[in-house]
Design a protein. Sequence first.
Length: 453
Amino acid sequence: MSEQFTNIGQIEINESTNVISTSNKTIPAKLTYLVLGICFFGIAAEGYDLGIYGAVLPKLLESQQWGLTPAQAGAIGSYALIGMLIGAVVVGTITDLIGRKWTFIWSLGLFSVTMALSAMSTSAEMFGVFRFIGGVGLGGIIPTASALTIEYSPKHRRSLNYAIMFSGYAVGTVVAALLSMVLIDELGWRAMFWVGALPILSIPFITRHLPESVSFLMTHNRVKEAEDICKRYQIDFPEDNALKEEPEKQNYTNLLYGLKALFSKRFAVSTLLFWITYVMSFYLVYGLNTWLPQIMRQLGHSLGSSLSFLLILNLTAAIGVILGGAIADKWGSKIIVSLSYFLGALGMWLVTMIKSDFIAYFCIGMAGIGSIASTQLLHAYLTKYFPPTIRATALGWGLGIGRIGAISGPILVGLFISMGFNELFSFYTFVIAGVIAAIATFFVSNHHIDEVI
């Protein structure tokens, strides 16, 4: 029987920090894999959204129907990111109040509906509005999926499981790149968005099988619901540690509790360093995924060849995040994330120096590890760094602030191209962003944590 279980923490109240932690509790391995699979699927949907706009952008610019300029196309690309900023901050905060499960479901549903509406858009303005609304839904997926994956994973596999879950991001972008090579020429760019609406079909299954976070229920004194989940999934529930009255019990249902904790003496400096890293990281991820095919096309590559660079970027990221997650469980996330950003900066600098197509593919692969993969490892690091009571709030605000970089990346690169800058000039801004992210991550303090995270 013991072979069917993985160790995960027993729910306890840490009286010195008023935080519910987990140690010595057993949970069926199949439940871990169920939660991991559902969260993987949600993250893959977001990855598909990231890859889809860069894939259809050349066709949108070629089309005379809307008459888009590169600057206008970059702005439209940022509408979804503005929505994701709002969604990450607002939904990320709310999920620590109302729960992970239903936040995840509503976010996935909203995103899917707006994908279909984007496919039916008759103007650039309508298209931009639906992309914005869909971004709000997407903004809620990462905080909830991250919290659930971490909370239903054993401590010694948290980074690896998180990396596996977040490899769905790269898988989604790879699917977008592959489908774009088949569907766009045959069926047009709208077909890509119809495919993006399909995740709505999974909602009945997710509603039935995805459990709520037990630690969330315990911190909100919903003990009966926590007991029901433990009985349903055969999790050992510690009766004598259920939830104790404390003389200085924190008000976890206060909307401002999470924000106050982030800027407490204990976490303030680290919070700011995480935010700087997120801004730089998202500038890399969204700038590259939006404009890489178009830049490579202007450098003389065909549309199919240019899309293959996008494919390499995301394939190497998918491999890099799993390998990086496994290593981070042994060495710690901080050093791995910092080194990954530096590796990405080096790869993007080399792209500006060489002419060989083969070496260019290799360097773009390095950029995939140092942008997409390192960002996903950063999510895992932050999620483990903060306590469960503010975990989704911390990640939601990190993602929200990071959207500043996500929004500015597509817009700035579009402006550079419109102003006649050399196509490779954008890579120098990516190099700078990678170096700053590496330095900021390096200076995050782990002194208050007594285990490898």
